[in-house]
Design a protein around this ligand. Structure first.
Ligand SMILES: [Fe+2]
Length: 214
């Protein structure tokens, strides 16, 4: 269980801006290429969005080891695809395939399921599962990404605790539906907050319409 207020929102923010991996996980993944990526963020229907990164990448040592990539290949197509369902379900598909080759036939593909749900005003549960397409490397890719992702979680936790501390320091008890300073990388976060805001309003109105419970 995590300890910060509005953590499900902070954690959703984190997962909907994967450019943070270039900074927060610089040692764990060493994937600054994500900053130069083509990126497409789209709302899908009323309560979902997708956030896709796709770029050419020479692949760092941690990524080559993690995906068990062919050392004779110099350039790969690297992809990170997030499928978000409001308010806190997120599937992340990431991986690499030799440049120009077919992903399903030759790629290393890892799938993470992230589920966040509040436990109290200032705690939440974070459920996480991982699978590897075609059990690449007979479990080696799974084991490597288990280890790398757990290291990344510790790095994320440190950032989220600092965010929470700042929210408390400056007197914010909860996150607003909008953010005051919006960067290009924040598009997914802003869309997600708007979606969650609409859902909260809708559910509050439905609750009020029911009247007091006798
Ligand atoms: Fe992270």
């Amino acid at each position: 269980m995590c300890r910060w207020r509005s953590i499900e929102r902070l954690a959703v923010d984190n997962l909907l801006d994967l450019t943070h991996t270039a900074f927060v996980h610089a040692d764990t993944f060493d994937n600054a290429g994500v900053l130069e990526s083509e990126r497409v963020v789209k709302a899908v229907g009323e309560e979902r969005l997708t956030d896709f990164f796709a770029f050419k990448n020479a692949m760092s040592r941690p990524l080559r080891d993690g995906y068990l990539l062919d050392e004779t290949v110099s350039l790969f197509d690297n992809f990170l695809e997030t499928y978000w369902q409001a308010p806190g379900i997120m599937i992340l598909v990431h991986g690499a395939v030799p440049e120009g080759r077919e992903r399903e036939a030759e790629g290393a593909i890892v799938l993470n399921t992230n589920i966040l749900t509040p436990a109290s005003d200032n705690t939440c549960h974070y459920f996480w599962a991982q699978s590897v397409y075609r059990n690449r490397g007979d479990g080696k890719v799974r084991d490597m990404w288990d280890m790398m992702t757990k290291a990344a979680f510790a790095e994320d936790e440190d950032v989220l605790e600092r965010q929470q501390a700042n929210l408390e320091r400056f007197g914010s008890s909860s996150l607003a539906d909008d953010v005051s300073l919006v960067l290009r990388a924040d598009k997914g976060i802003v869309l997600a907050r708007r979606i969650v805001g609409r859902i909260v309003k809708r559910e509050s109105a439905a609750h009020d319409a029911q009247g007091p419970v006798l």
